[in-house]
Design a protein around this ligand. Structure first.
Ligand SMILES: Nc1ncnc2c1ncn2[C@@H]1O[C@H](COP(=O)(O)OP(=O)(O)OP(=O)(O)O)[C@@H](O)[C@H]1O
Ligand SMILES: [Mg+2]
Length: 292
């Protein structure tokens, strides 16, 4: 498949020019090996989802652990935990419907088309995670995206269930690592849930979060490497000085870097000034995106 600069949602290595997502936060794998819980926060459109989905692929490919990715984005509108936790569990179960290992836990075996079993009453996030951890047969790593979109009682209950499961995980199966991800850092998340968590006292659900990572923008060298992928694939080189301009304009913000490249390459003829066509066959040099 011909790759392109992606500006619509998470990147996939088979389809898009991209920087290896997991290299952006190498420390995350250290925490996963230590079976810790952690947070990842970064600005909009900075590559959070791409990173988590990349980690899930890498972890599953390595065979030592099982990894799952969930987003709780659609639960934003349910501040009451009775509805909110139900919605999170429903969302997780429907994502698992076709999963080769976990599908049978949630699927009606008699349905001709895969269909969710009715949700057992009282099934919370903790109960479901416990079942998944038991079924996994290996350490389970779970990524929750868009957690800062959860509100009020739902946010508090969700985090408290993670904390409860973490604390008893030596005796009751529970994920070895959980990552919560969003735009807010842990301090802001604490401030957000505090008014709704009076009953928590000192048992802050955040106590189990060992580290809070952030994703930085791409460096200039990384932008150069990304753009060089297009040159290597097509022979079309970026004009001298183009990279400086891109850098000045984007400061390495991941989406902007891609949007500008896409604009140059695919859409805007004026911006073709940026490019000089050197279609003399394919070049494969990394970082060598200037024509001679
Ligand atoms: N590893 C990468 N290499 C190159 N570009 C990337 C990479 N990761 C992200 N991008 C760029 O950033 C955009 C957004 O990626 P992604 O959806 O993963 O970010 P996000 O932080 O989850 O966004 P949101 O805050 O909207 O959920 C992509 O469409 C792409 O343009
Ligand atoms: Mg995202």
């Amino acid at each position: 498949m011909e790759k392109f600069f992606n500006v619509a949602g998470p990147c996939h290595p088979a389809k898009h020019y991209m920087l290896p997502a997991t290299e952006r936060l190498p420390d995350v794998m250290r925490l996963i090996r230590q079976e810790q819980y952690f947070a990842i926060h970064a600005a909009r459109q900075s590559g959070k989802t791409t990173l988590m989905q990349g980690l899930v692929r890498d972890i599953n490919a390595s065979g030592e652990r099982v990894a799952l990715y969930f987003t709780v984005e659609s639960v934003m509108a349910y501040p009451d935990p009775h509805d909110g936790i139900f919605k999170i569990v429903e969302r997780m179960r429907s994502d698992l419907l076709r999963h080769p290992l976990f599908g049978e836990l949630v699927r009606d075996p008699n349905a001709p088309v895969p269909q969710l079993l009715p949700q057992p009453p009282d099934m919370g996030v903790k109960v479901l995670l416990s079942l998944l951890a038991e079924k996994a047969g290996k350490p389970l790593v779970v990524f929750f995206d868009e957690v800062d979109g959860l509100t009020e009682g739902t946010a508090v209950t969700f985090l408290r269930e993670l904390r409860d499961g973490y604390i008893t995980r030596e005796t009751v199966p529970f994920p070895a690592s959980v990552a919560i991800c969003g735009m807010m850092d842990i301090r802001d998340m604490k401030a957000k849930v505090r008014p709704h968590s009076d009953a928590l006292g000192s048992k802050s659900p955040f106590n189990v979060i060992a580290e809070d990572f952030t994703l930085r923008n791409f460096t200039k060298e990384e932008v150069e490497r990304l753009y060089a992928q297009h040159t290597a694939a097509t022979g079309q080189a970026f004009a001298p000085g183009a990279l400086d301009l891109v850098w000045e304009y984007t400061q390495g913000q991941p989406w902007l870097v891609n949007a500008l490249a896409r604009e140059c390459v695919e859409k805007n003829p004026q911006l073709r000034l940026f490019l000089s066509d050197h279609r003399r066959g394919h070049r494969h040099g990394q970082g060598d995106d200037h024509p001679p």
